[in-house]
Design a protein around this ligand. Structure first.
Ligand SMILES: CC(C)(COP(=O)(O)OP(=O)(O)OC[C@H]1O[C@@H](n2cnc3c(N)ncnc32)[C@H](O)[C@@H]1OP(=O)(O)O)[C@@H](O)C(=O)NCCC(=O)NCCS
Length: 294
């Protein structure tokens, strides 16, 4: 087996997406899912491939593909942002799992984070992943996922806090909030999330600031300087989910009680799902990390 860097190319982006689809579909089956996993929407396919190309360009030392007999069997995509190392994707094709491919990939991706005091991974419920991350020195914080149809009438009242649409001109504000909440800005990932077409909501008042990205029904990333502002942003974002689209609020640790309040008020259902794996920091709050950009 060899490891090679991921290239910023359409063909590597497709290869990475196909490995991820095979690995995560098989995981759903192992977790007891009956019936087929729904096909990803065109927006989800585009976002997945755009992520790979973006990280291959910004973090070439952190993005690896494992090949066996000339065939790609696994991948790991890692990023570094202002002293924070993050793992964006880690998967191995089902027929190659359990043979040490994941260990090798994670070792390479983790070596890219040498010198970073903080690390973050949005971990799936896969027990093999939990084992790998724990062995790499990460603490596992169980997370909840909320899904369902939003009950618009039951969502909390806005309470006079103005929320407006954001764009690339807000980059400095967004990075400042990131630094306060998780110790490092997202830097180029903000422009990337906007390029993908995610809707950006911003709050900027004398009492504090915050932002939230939404893609279709999914709350992608949310950070704020107070729980009150975070709750306001989440409420607004859920209220903007198109009618008939299932809403998903994921990666919610026990520290994000403000998010639990909003999700349950809005009629979403709670379930346990995966972990937030952290090294060198406590769960940031108020914060809902993005799996891909953390
Ligand atoms: C997680 C994943 C990338 C690991 O890759 P892999 O090649 O299977 O990993 P490895 O073979 O290097 O290591 C697996 C470890 O889990 C252990 N393991 C295997 N089955 C297990 C199980 N059912 N429960 C707990 N541990 C298990 C293995 O013994 C090994 O640990 P060890 O090296 O300490 O003995 C891969 O299994 C995968 O793609 N899973 C689905 C996608 C996913 O959830 N990715 C993680 C996203 S955060």
């Amino acid at each position: 087996m060899i490891l090679r860097p991921v290239r910023d190319s359409a063909s590597d982006a497709r290869t990475v997406r196909e490995i991820a689809k095979a690995a995560f579909d098989a995981l759903e089956e192992q977790l007891g899912r009956t019936g087929p996993v729904p096909e990803p929407t065109p927006a989800a396919v585009a976002a997945s491939e755009a992520r790979t190309r973006h990280l291959a360009a910004t973090d070439p030392g952190g993005c690896w593909i494992a090949e066996e007999a000339g065939e790609a069997v696994g991948t790991a995509l890692a990023l570094r942002r202002e002293g924070l190392w993050g793992l964006s994707l880690f998967c191995v094709r089902p027929d190659a799992q359990g043979k040490g491919v994941g260990r090798m990939l994670l070792d390479h991706a983790a070596a890219y984070g040498r010198g970073c005091l903080r690390g973050m991974i949005v971990a799936s419920p896969d027990p093999r992943a939990a084992r790998r991350y724990h062995a790499a020195g990460f603490q596992l914080h169980p997370t909840m996922q909320f899904t369902g149809t939003v009950d618009l009438l039951a969502l909390p009242e806005p309470g006079g806090i103005p929320v407006h649409l954001g764009d690339a001109s807000h980059q400095q504000l967004l990075d400042s909030v990131d630094r306060r909440v998780r110790g490092g800005g997202h830097g180029p990932d903000h422009a990337q999330l906007l390029r993908i077409g995610d809707e950006l909501l911003v709050v900027d008042t004398l009492a504090g600031s915050g932002y939230c990205y939404r893609r279709e029904g999914r709350i992608v990333l949310l950070a704020a300087t107070s729980k009150r502002l975070a709750a306001r942003l989440l409420t607004e974002a859920l209220g903007r989910v198109p009618v008939g689209t299932e809403a998903t609020v994921a990666n919610v640790t026990g520290e994000q009680e403000w998010a639990v309040d909003v999700c349950l008020a809005g009629g979403l259902s709670a379930a346990n799902r995966g972990y937030l794996a952290l090294r060198g920091l406590r769960p940031p709050t108020p914060y809902l990390p993005s799996g891909a950009y953390l």
